[in-house]
Design a protein around this ligand. Sequence first.
Ligand SMILES: Nc1ncnc2c1ncn2[C@@H]1O[C@H](COP(=O)(O)OP(=O)(O)OP(=O)(O)O)[C@@H](O)[C@H]1O
Length: 352
Amino acid sequence: MRLELDGVAVGYRGRKVVQDASLVLQEGEIGCLLGPSGAGKTTLLRAIAGFEPLLAGRILCNGQPLAGADVHLPPERRQIGMVFQDHALLPHLDVLGNVRFGLFRHSRAKAEARAREVLELVGLGEFSARHPHELSGGQQQRVALARALAPQPRLVLLDEPFSSLDPELRERLAVEVRDALKATGVGALLVTHSQAEAFAMADRIGVIGRGHLQQWASPYDLYHRPACRFVAGFVGEGVMLPARVVDERHVSTELGVLAADRQLASPAGSQVDMLLRPDDVVHDDDATLKAVIVRRHFRGADFLYTLRLESGHIVQALVPSHHDHAVGHAIGIRLDLEHVVVFEGPCEPAGP
Ligand SMILES: Nc1ncnc2c1ncn2[C@@H]1O[C@H](COP(=O)(O)OP(=O)(O)OP(=O)(O)O)[C@@H](O)[C@H]1O
């Protein structure tokens, strides 16, 4: 189904936690709500499921309102499946029983056939007779997904589905869950703290912070074209450097004159900020520009060096790990980018 949020505000006792949230999740797409703790991700998800009333705006499914000024469809009439953080599996039922649980409207034979079908889909066909305590955390989470998919929902909502698992398993499971969802063609919206999870799973990511949906975009655009400083700071690594507007397409920085990613509105001479990602800064022994290593973080394939420029400003550089330099060393750097992301005004909430 096509899910649309149009100017949605949600909160508690009349106090808005998130306001003016607008987004479109197309049929079969996987979306992800990302943001700091307490930003309102779960609250927004619960409003979509029908567990929280709206304070403003509308939620539409294929153009039909699920919630709005005079509408509030109860959760059971929304045909939306939900997977919770703690799986909420029934301990006394086996895997098949757990998945069949929501299929009470079907005949026993039909419910069993459907439950077996979705268990195959999530790769647990052989585990149907086990009880939840005989499964790993990742397997339990896949049972919870199978249970949510069994009644053929129009959309699945997942609230921090992998947060109880260790980091390595989380990313693997994120990919598996994405594959399972894509195989069914059912769209999904997931809440997470983890960028790695969001990048592994989502077609679209919404960054929530400071009471707003700051940006709703593809992972690529979120990383390369962040709409505001908040998103730039929250997604990926990088630093902000001060720059001055040269003309409507260029800024001047201590690293040279650089092309801006968009037409600039500020007049020449205005002070702006620019975003530099670690992959924009390349180590080059022949470069005339030098920077001193103040921190190094070994990551296997690369070092993430934190470097101090002559001005005292800090940049980061991702350098292949055979370039092993000590803290305090000055290394040559140059920029490797076509455009630089420039921020002129304060962080504004962005629309869909
Ligand atoms: N039932 C409730 N009554 C009153 N306030 C609540 C209730 N549930 C959540 N809140 C508040 O609403 C805000 C948003 O909470 P929410 O759980 O939606 O955030 P979140 O982004 O999902 O956070 P986390 O990532 O920590 O789970 C928080 O300030 C929280 O304290």
